[in-house]
Design a protein. Structure first.
Length: 85
């Protein structure tokens, strides 16, 4: 019974904020909104507006790709792979 309740409350499509409330959107629209928000944050303070956490349990290749994206595309050195845990 609890599993059925969880399934009925799960999101099945992305939501974007329009006029102060969350509204259903297409995946393309949601990704465009996210990319625009990243670009605005990057334009304001590129070196401190963005950070990324990656998991030490993922592959080295994935951790490399994440740090390369953050440093090259976003322009930030704020990345941590939690290797201490």
């Amino acid at each position: 019974m609890a599993l059925d309740k969880r399934r009925s409350t799960r999101l099945t499509q992305p939501l974007v904020r329009r006029n102060g409330s969350l509204q259903p959107a297409s995946w393309d629209e949601a990704l465009d909104v996210t990319a625009a928000a990243f670009a605005r944050a990057k334009d304001r303070t590129p070196e401190s507006s963005f950070g990324m956490f990656s998991c030490s349990k993922t592959t080295n290749e994935l951790n490399y790709a994440v740090q390369k994206f953050v440093r090259s595309v976003i322009g930030s050195n704020n990345i941590d792979s939690c290797n201490r845990t």
